[in-house]
Design a protein around this ligand. Structure first.
Ligand code: GDP
Ligand code: MG
Length: 597
């Protein structure tokens, strides 16, 4: 296709503002998909995505559109993941296109993710077309929201398009704006091949599928290609486009977006952001800005039933083939036995992987507390990364510890501002900015990531009744007074419950943790001390008193079937417990005990 007839774009929006619905309407109204094949949220393929209503992997579709000027255009939409965990993937897919539709719910206005995503688009030099969605609703207030877009984001919203992705109003205008207002891609057909590796995933039939954007040159079936970062070489087997079903084509030229397959064994062999060129007469210099995404949150995954360890290994290996941003290594815990220490891009990523293991592989898991990566500096000046609080070296060898910090942006209606400030303050936050975006306050905080990974988002939602929106980015490491707190149950340390805490907060945390555990651990035939300690020093303590009698004692030995039932129940309950020395700890304890307040 001629460059002047191509438009490549993405849609940026806060969650629920209507990105997927708008994509569906664009696809449907251009006849890309026959009405009878249309199902809602066409681009959100994975089950978990559908259930949670989030788009995780970038998806793409090629739309043919005959514009009012009588010309036929090819519109390539790349649907980007909307969540902060996948920020790197968002930034890559943004670099593969020239423009964005900025969708804002006209009944809600600009939210934290709107800002985070639109700034990525601005960074990628996009032309941006504001779209005010949901104008069919009585609460729509286009003037106010347009003004807010100008005030807060600083882009011109006078020509914002008023749309109802639900009823179809404004869809034609949106398509015309894509053609008229977004720039055509640039590129040289005769230059050496430069294709950006935008995304890759595993397909059961075709193997690894690689989504590419051709910058320069032409890619054809049978070409010998080379990945410039990894130096891996392959022969191109298939080449095609998404409509959104796969359709093979003969070649992809400059400005085009499509897929290739090339007998690539695993997704790990493809690095998002890498440059693909021809093995012979290839490009000399790769496209700029390649950086691999690194896991920032780690936790242990252990099978509840230790005989399922091999099944868990199999599940994790399979999932890792398809998700290069997820890391794992074997871990043994005195308390939990054999399992894996896994690294994720963020909490949502963690939840998605955990859910998939439980659901698709049917393995019940114990998840230990998520931890961030600390930088531990020894007395010898050597820095080592700490992925697991249980591995924290003895304090006498440690010079200092640094922790990752984030810049968090929170938008919240005025009446909840006080609660939000208190929450951030409680989490060791440093206020950086407070301003107003229309009727909402916008606060920017510098926060330790470890105070956010566990339940910050839940707390934020609950103190603001769901009215706050939140987004963050990593800003770097900073020194602080951080120590490892261990937990002892019946005088035995439970490694899976150790955590890094700020020294000033240790007593309060320790006390809360012991109280929680006291509620969560069932009573035994003997008294159980529960303690929190730093180094050898106990900082909090609770005692779980002994149980008086056996559950079955209630039956007075009379009804045998009832007794059997009770024993079965006990047994089933036991399966979900783990024994620590002589004490059974239910698996919920590992998560619940770490939740604050
Ligand atoms: P996304 O999270 O940005 O992909 O948002 P969705 O497309 O999933 O939409 C979120 C919700 O808003 C869904 O329940 C949609 O049906 C609804 N929605 C989307 N567009 C419109 C619209 O124009 N009008 C109305 N009334 N509802 C809409
Ligand atoms: Mg969606």
């Amino acid at each position: 296709t001629e460059l002047s007839k191509i438009r490549n774009f993405s849609i940026v929006a806060h969650i629920d503002h209507g990105k997927s619905t708008l994509a569906d309407r664009l696809i449907q109204s251009t006849g890309t998909v026959q009405d009878r094949d249309m199902k809602e949220q066409l681009l959100d393929a994975m089950d978990i995505e559908r259930e949670r209503g989030i788009t995780i992997k970038a998806n793409t579709v090629r739309i043919d559109y005959e514009a009012d000027d009588g010309e036929r255009y090819v519109l390539n939409l790349i649907d980007t993941p909307g969540h902060v965990d996948f920020a790197y993937e968002v930034s890559r897919s943004m670099r593969a296109v020239e423009g964005s539709l900025l969708v804002v719910d006209s009944t809600q206005g600009v939210e934290a993710q709107t800002l985070a995503n639109v700034y990525q688009a601005i960074d990628a030099d996009h032309e941006i077309v504001p779209v005010l969605n949901k104008i069919d609703l009585p609460a729509a207030d286009c003037d106010r929201v347009a003004e807010q877009i100008e005030d807060v984001i600083g882009i011109d919203a006078t020509d914002a398009i008023q749309v109802s992705a639900k009823t179809g109003i404004g869809i034609k205008e949106t398509l015309e704006a894509i053609v008229k207002r977004l720039p055509a891609p640039k590129g040289e057909r005769d230059a050496p091949l430069k294709a950006m590796l935008v995304d890759s995933w595993y397909d059961a039939y075709l193997g690894v599928i690689v989504l590419v954007r051709i910058m320069d040159g032409v890619l054809k079936k049978g070409d010998q290609i080379r990945m410039m970062q990894t130096n891996a070489r392959y022969g191109v087997e298939r080449i095609g486009v998404f409509r959104p079903a796969m359709q093979t084509v003969d070649e992809l030229g400059p400005g085009e977006i499509g897929f290739i397959t090339a007998s690539i064994k695993q997704v790990r062999d493809t690095k998002v952001g890498d440059t693909i060129t021809h093995d012979k007469k290839g490009a000399e210099v790769a496209l700029p800005g390649f950086k691999p995404s690194v896991p920032v949150v780690f936790c242990g995954l252990f099978p509840v039933d230790s005989s399922e360890f091999e099944d868990l290994r199999n599940a994790i290996e399979k999932l890792a083939l398809n998700d290069a941003s997820f890391s794992y290594e074997m871990e043994t815990s005195a308390a939990l036995g054999f399992g894996f220490r896994c690294g994720f891009l963020g909490l949502l990523h963690l939840e998605v992987i955990r859910d998939r293991i439980e659901r698709e592989y049917n393995i019940e898991l114990i998840t230990t507390a998520p931890s961030v990566v600390y930088h531990v500096f020894g007395k010898d000046g050597v820095m080592s990364e700490l992925h697991n609080p249980a591995d924290m070296p003895d304090l006498s060898t440690v010079d200092h510890v640094e922790e990752p910090r984030i810049k968090a942006t929170i938008l919240v209606p005025d009446e909840y501002l006080g609660d939000v400030l208190k929450l951030c303050q409680d989490r060791r936050g440093i206020q950086e900015d407070l301003s107003y975006a229309g009727s909402r306050a916008m606060v920017v905080y510098d926060l330790p990531l470890n105070e956010v990974v566990f339940d910050f988002y839940d707390r934020l939602k609950s103190v603001t009744k769901g009215y706050a929106s939140f987004d963050y980015q990593m800003i770097g490491y900073r020194i602080d007074n951080l120590v490892k707190m261990s937990v002892l149950v019946n005088d035995e340390p439970v490694d899976a419950l150790s955590m890094m805490v700020h020294r000033d907060r240790a007593e309060a945390r320790g006390r809360a943790m012991c109280e929680k555990l006291k509620e969560l651990i069932p009573r035994h035939m003997f008294k159980i001390p529960i303690q929190a300690a730093i180094g050898g020093k106990v900082i909090a303590r609770e005692t779980l008193s002994a149980m008086r009698k056996d559950v079955t004692a209630k039956c007075y030995g009379g009804d045998a079937t009832r007794k059997r039932k009770l024993l079965d129940k006990q047994k089933a309950g036991k399966k979900k417990m783990r024994q620590f020395g002589r004490v059974d700890i239910p698996q919920e304890a590992f998560i619940s005990a770490l939740k604050m307040d």
